[in-house]
Design a protein around this ligand. Structure first.
Ligand code: NAP
Length: 267
């Protein structure tokens, strides 16, 4: 067991399940104390108990990060409690399936708040302290959805394109500061995401022809990339091919492939 006074401190949003929970496990296993944030307290408490057995100090903060202003409030809460973050993992997020014209406007608002606005605000609030201390690792969780528009998941794909653009730009700005930003782009991953986003029946998740990773595999690769200060990581070989062909292939190829994976009635 390590000396708690010298352990780096990591905050993980969306730590109550899936990729976030496994990133928190990865961080604890590698000697970090952790602050676990999400809405579901029982899941966060259970994970905190598990991580304490690894020698980590684990603090639970329940927070709905789809509420405007929540990230600033959260950052202020962290500062008031005297915690100095060495690692910030912006992982909380959800998706939505269906034609844009039929999407629930409230769900669109909440998705943009969580995936975009509060992710941006939390990063902006935590970053200056890291720069002053000349030490810090930030992860933004995007997706392979970031690399091309996604009819039938239009808003979600657009939020993830924003995250990738933001992450790459900040990573560049921060060169030489001692602080790095890694944008993690998983493809289809076995988590609660598909059910929560109404995406479970899409070929992307239901077809055995589409390879899926486990959240533990994604977290392991993501943790390593973040610690190396790698600006972008697309997890998995097939996902890399899909991601890097998205921006270079013409749309008459990209859209039919997107339709095969995301379904929908788009001609
Ligand atoms: N699974 C995939 O195929 C896949 C692929 C690419 C990218 N991603 C991205 O990976 C990230 C993690 O998703 P996952 O796959 O691990 O799915 P997940 O198991 O559903 O986890 C989502 C996490 O986000 C949290 N969350 C949702 N709404 C929130 C809110 N309003 N406030 C605070 N926390 C909230 C959830 O916690 P509570 O419900 O307790 O609040 C949960 O901990 C997301 O950003 C997702 O877009 C997933």
């Amino acid at each position: 067991m390590q000396d708690n006074a010298s352990r780096p401190l990591a905050l993980v949003t969306g730590a109550s399940s899936g990729i976030g929970a496994d990133l928190a496990r990865e961080l604890a296993r590698h000697g970090h104390d952790v602050v676990l944030a999400a809405r579901r307290a029982p899941e966060l408490d259970a994970l905190a108990t598990e991580l304490r057995t690894l020698g980590a100090k684990a603090t639970v903060i329940t927070k709905d990060l789809s509420v405007p202003g929540s990230a600033r409030e959260f950052a202020a809460q962290i500062e008031t409690s005297g915690m100095h973050l060495d690692v910030l993992v912006n992982n909380a997020g959800f998706g939505d399936v269906g034609p844009f014209a039929n999407e629930d406007p409230d769900r669109i608002d909440a998705m943009i708040q969580l995936n975009v606005a509060q992710l941006t605000a939390l990063t902006r609030a935590i970053l200056p302290g890291m720069v002053t201390r000349r030490r810090g690792r930030i992860m933004l969780v995007s997706s392979t959805a970031a690399f091309q528009p996604g009819p039938n998941m239009a808003t979600y794909c657009a939020t993830k394109a924003y995250v990738l653009s933001l992450g790459e730009a900040i990573a560049r700005e921060l060169r030489g500061t001692g602080v790095t930003v890694t944008t993690l782009c998983p493809g289809a991953t076995h988590t609660g995401f598909a059910a929560e986003s109404g995406a479970a029946a899409l070929p992307l998740f239901s077809s055995s022809l589409v390879p899926k990773m486990t959240s533990a595999e994604v977290a392991r690769a993501g943790y390593q990339a973040m610690m190396k200060g790698k600006p972008v990581l697309v997890t998995g070989i097939i996902n890399k091919l899909v991601a890097f062909s998205g921006p270079v292939f013409p749309r008459f190829i990209v859209f039919p492939v997107a339709k095969l994976l995301l379904g929908g009635d788009t001609p």
